[in-house]
Design a binder for this molecule. Structure first.
Ligand SMILES: [Zn+2]
Length: 194
């Protein structure tokens, strides 16, 4: 089981995001952070940016981490919580983190969807379509492409009419502007920020 070193103002809030069984080691000082890096006693170090009063410490920690196998994840929160892996080490699958698509987060394993941090009651079939369209925000996706991705994930395929129903549900739940119909081409996911 992975051991995660956690540095955060409100550790419990961040722990909720990790759906895999892991062990936690809460750290409360910069000294402790350097200590676990030096001894390599954690697998992943999750650092909330807001916790650091002096960003110079963050720079020193990152620098030290290059020479260790310890993965660094930055915890940031703007409209929603995000775990940003540093140096392209991506732990999202390993830690079973929800996938983020702009303003939307989807936990595929637990069938949960959030919009700007608020949990939605969206029929799961519609959430599957949202997850597929969400992979290419701002780009029109054809029905063929939707079916290709769905097949890769192992989800049932779509027809014109089942897609229409799901798009209607997404619009009703998330707001009209989130899915645009591109005539004779398909659908486009447009998150709030775009
Ligand atoms: Zn939105």
């Amino acid at each position: 089981m992975r051991l995660i070193g956690l540095v955060a103002n409100d550790p419990e809030k961040w722990k909720q995001d990790v759906r895999c069984p892991v062990r936690w080691k809460e750290l409360s000082s910069v000294h402790q952070v350097f200590e676990v890096l030096r001894s390599q006693t954690v697998d992943v170090l999750a650092l909330e940016l807001k916790w650091f009063e002096d960003t110079a410490w963050m720079a020193a920690i990152l620098e030290q981490s290059w020479t260790t196998p310890v993965g660094i994840v930055l915890l940031v929160e703007y409209e929603q919580r995000q775990w940003l892996p540093v140096a392209r080490k991506d732990f999202s699958a390993e830690l079973c983190l929800p996938e983020a698509f702009g303003c939307v987060r989807i936990d595929i394993e637990h069938h949960t969807v959030w919009h700007q941090g608020r949990e939605l009651s969206l029929p799961w079939r519609a959430a599957e379509l949202l997850a597929v369209l969400g992979q290419r925000p701002g780009i029109p996706v054809t029905l063929n492409a939707v079916n290709q991705v769905s097949a890769e994930i192992g989800w049932p395929t779509w027809t014109e009419s089942t897609t229409k129903v799901a798009v209607h549900q997404i619009r009703r739940t998330l707001g009209e502007s989130h899915v645009e119909t591109i005539r004779r081409h398909g659908y486009l996911f447009a998150p709030c920020q775009l």
